[in-house]
Design a protein around this ligand. Structure first.
Ligand code: F6P
Length: 360
């Protein structure tokens, strides 16, 4: 018998977290349940516990608001991910303390909103006997079990808008403009924004690139009288035979901070083509701001479906968007693997059909 549920946001933030929180609280209220938000990620369940009653007043205005009113964390005691496929087993004492925290707050079940890292933690909690369900979040869209994670559409909107703006200045100055977007292992943002924004070159982690191919594309455009080129590069893209480009200041027990491939590509293209080139890193702009209408609807569906799972006692499952609607799969089938851009997928084939250079 459920009377009170908890909701927690973990990992990097993204547009739509608040919209899911709102949908969970609203759908729970319809069932006569109370909802409690856990502050600061899973840490909020531990002493000194921090939580917030999500009544009508607390969730007012959340549909459109960026970030998460609950706060989030991707480091600390609950950090489970240090790299892809590397999951740290949480100590039993921590899992026990989590269960105690839920009991102390009177929470009968938890909605865990997160990406691969936070849902890997959720899986361990579920296997420990903690009743919970998952909601898939990440702007990178690289989580299995859902055609789309929430936050992705908003990030693509941001990147496409930026590309539209770069387009005009690139043309005015006859420059090569390179835009670095997020996308650690998967190039979903780069590819969608690249196609939507009319990029000439899109470099994604799934396809190691070769500079000569890109130079040939730029020169072919020159020959056609197109004196500017737009390049979109995912932060996880790399030259064939090379490793990820990482940012300075790496922290222990965390995934490597990526960043810098845009600058490297810009310098190399300038050197090889003799054309003036500029680099622009879109960075966390992609994670901020209001969710798009699509994401708002997706977040609402996800939140309501998560509450349905709890009502049905279907714990250990993650809601997912299957194209025609929202369903669910076991969290164990979603985490620890990556949903990469398929090399024979329609968007990639479309990009090539339109003459977009993928660096191969
Ligand atoms: O996983 C989502 C993501 O946006 C990645 O694309 C990026 O590498 C990472 O988060 C950045 O995280 P942080 O904000 O901790 O630097």
């Amino acid at each position: 018998m459920i009377r009170k549920i908890g909701v927690v946001t973990g990992g990097g933030d993204c547009p739509g977290l608040n919209a899911v929180i709102r949908a969970v609280a609203k759908a729970a209220t319809q069932r006569g349940w109370e909802t409690v938000g856990i502050i600061g990620g899973y840490e909020g369940l531990l002493e000194p516990r921090q939580s917030l009653i999500l009544d009508y007043q607390a969730i007012s205005g959340l549909l459109t608001r960026g970030g998460t009113i609950l706060g989030t964390a991707n480091k600390g005691r609950f950090s489970a991910k240090t790299g892809h496929g590397e999951t740290r087993q949480l100590p039993v004492e921590l899992l026990e303390a989590t269960r105690e925290g839920m009991a102390a707050l009177g929470i009968d079940a938890l909605v865990s909103i997160g990406g691969d890292g936070s849902l890997s933690i959720a899986l361990q909690m579920h296997e420990f006997g903690i009743p919970l369900v998952g909601v898939p979040k990440t702007i990178d869209n690289d989580l299995e079990g859902t055609v789309m994670t929430f936050g992705f559409d908003s990030a693509v909107g941001c990147a496409t808008d930026a590309l539209d703006r770069l387009h005009t200045t690139a043309e005015s100055h006859r420059r090569v403009m390179v835009m670095e977007v997020m996308g650690r292992y998967a190039g979903w943002i780069a590819l969608y924004a690249g196609v939507a924004g009319g990029a000439d070159v899109v470099l994604i982690p799934e396809i190691p690139f070769d500079y000569e191919t890109i130079v040939a594309k730029i020169m072919a455009r020159e020959a056609m009288g197109k004196h500017f080129t737009l390049v979109v590069v995912a932060e996880g893209a790399r030259e064939a035979g090379e490793d990820f480009v990482t940012a300075a200041g790496q922290e222990a027990n965390r995934e490597a901070r990526l960043g810098g491939i845009g600058a490297a590509v810009t310098a190399e293209l300038e050197r090889r083509t003799g054309k003036e080139a500029r680099n622009m890193v879109l960075g966390h702009l992609q994670r901020g701001g209001s969710p798009t209408p699509f994401d708002r609807a997706l977040c609402s569906m996800f939140g309501a479906a998560a509450v349905d799972l709890i009502a049905a006692g279907d714990f250990g499952r993650m809601v997912g968007y299957q194209g025609r609607g929202v369903g669910s799969i076991p969290i164990s089938e979603a985490v620890g693997r990556l949903k990469l851009v398929p090399l024979d997928g329609s968007l990639l084939r479309t990009a090539e059909a339109l003459g977009i250079c993928l660096g191969r």
